[in-house]
Ligand binder design. Structure first.
Ligand code: 13P
Ligand code: SF4
Length: 337
């Protein structure tokens, strides 16, 4: 919640600055956005980092496109003066923590994360205080405040590796995603104390509709992101991060896949595997694409990307002492190869 309040406050300041600059009246529709974004990138020595859930045009213009771990590594390595993060708030925040002296921009400051929101730092601190002997592993989808309370950060790419690296008798708290936590417990045989958080986008999948799809497409393999619920993961032939899923459809010899993650990944999959059938896993509600879309990821648009690069707003700002505390657990994760 604190993260959200800070973001909203920063948004008001950003809006005021933008109004002063005449930004809100800009006729963006008359601009060649691709050309202008590329020009601004050179002019400002900026780097665009984009997640696979971004809209296709943003994925196509990014300098680096990937999952959370890859993007955190790219943020840590960059020598650009300005980082433009086409993703959600916790991702841009991680980039800022890794680059306290650089300008880090997020095209829409409202681009939050339901999973990060499910773990307010005050409540999490009280939970940790009740279990002082536990080692705290937090999934990267959390606020800077929660990161600062953690011993190490993980992503869906390295969660298994990080848990396996700890001594067998070390008690562990795993937060905030209970589904990823349950998956890790099952795979490693470790018992962990789980925070009761989840991602709305990955909890939206309908097992009944997926089972029907399997009947209609008997040659299709289900592949799923580990934020999905356990009954979805049970029917999956492969469970992995967005990069893992992308690699799987390329390397596996099957030609049909039912994909249980956010719809944005399909754009990259279609580019990589032109002749395979890629079916987005259906959700409980009926919507236009019959698939699961992250409303936060989709808040970023090419227009907002252009405007944020032009006016260098909205910028991610985090108190220095909080950045310092949140850096150590992120660096511990990055040191795991
Ligand atoms: P990945 O790190 O697998 O890309 O996951 C990020 C995310 O937010 C999934 O919802
Ligand atoms: Fe957060 Fe879920 Fe969106 Fe990923 S898909 S950014 S976990 S709300």
């Amino acid at each position: 919640m604190q993260e959200k309040e800070n973001a909203m406050e920063a948004l008001d300041v950003a809006k005021k600055n933008l109004e002063d600059a005449g930004y809100l009246n800009l006729p963006v529709e008359n601009i060649d956005l691709v050309k202008e974004i590329n020009r601004l990138k050179k002019e400002k020595n900026a780097v665009i980092l984009a997640h696979f859930y971004q809209e296709p045009a943003i994925q196509d213009i990014a300098d680096h496109l990937g999952d959370s771990l890859y993007l955190a590594r790219k943020a840590a390595e960059t020598d650009a003066d300005m980082i433009v993060f086409a993703g959600v708030h916790f991702m841009a925040e991680t980039a800022k923590i890794l680059n306290p002296d650089k300008k880090v921009l997020l095209p829409d400051l409202h681009a939050g994360c339901s999973l990060a929101d499910s773990c307010p730092a005050v409540d999490f601190k009280a939970f940790i205080d009740q279990h002082p002997d536990h080692y705290v592993i937090s999934y990267i989808n959390c606020s800077a405040e929660v990161k600062a309370l953690s011993d190490i950060i993980c992503t869906s790419s390295n969660a298994l590796q990080i848990v396996r690296s700890l001594p067998e008798d070390q008690p562990i708290i795993f937060a905030p995603d209970k589904h990823l936590g349950e998956f890790v417990m099952k795979q490693t045989g470790r018992d962990m104390l789980l925070w009761d958080g989840a991602c709305l986008v990955h909890e939206a999948f309908s097992i009944e509709k997926i089972l029907n799809l399997i009947k209609e497409n008997p040659n299709a393999k289900v592949i799923a992101h580990p934020e999905s619920e356990t009954h979805i993961l049970k029917v999956a032939s492969y469970v992995g991060s967005t990069t893992g899923l992308l690699n799987y459809v390329q390397e596996d010899d099957h030609n049909e896949f039912i994909i249980a993650t956010e719809h944005g990944i399909i754009h990259q999959m279609k580019k990589k595997v032109k002749n395979k059938k890629l079916i987005p896993a259906p959700i409980n509600q009926n919507n236009a694409c019959a698939c699961s879309e992250c409303e936060f990821m989709k808040m970023n648009t090419m227009e907002k990307l252009y405007l944020c690069m032009k006016y260098e707003l909205p910028e991610i700002t985090i108190p220095q002492d909080l950045m310092k505390k949140a850096l150590a657990p992120i660096e511990r994760m990055l040191a795991v190869k």
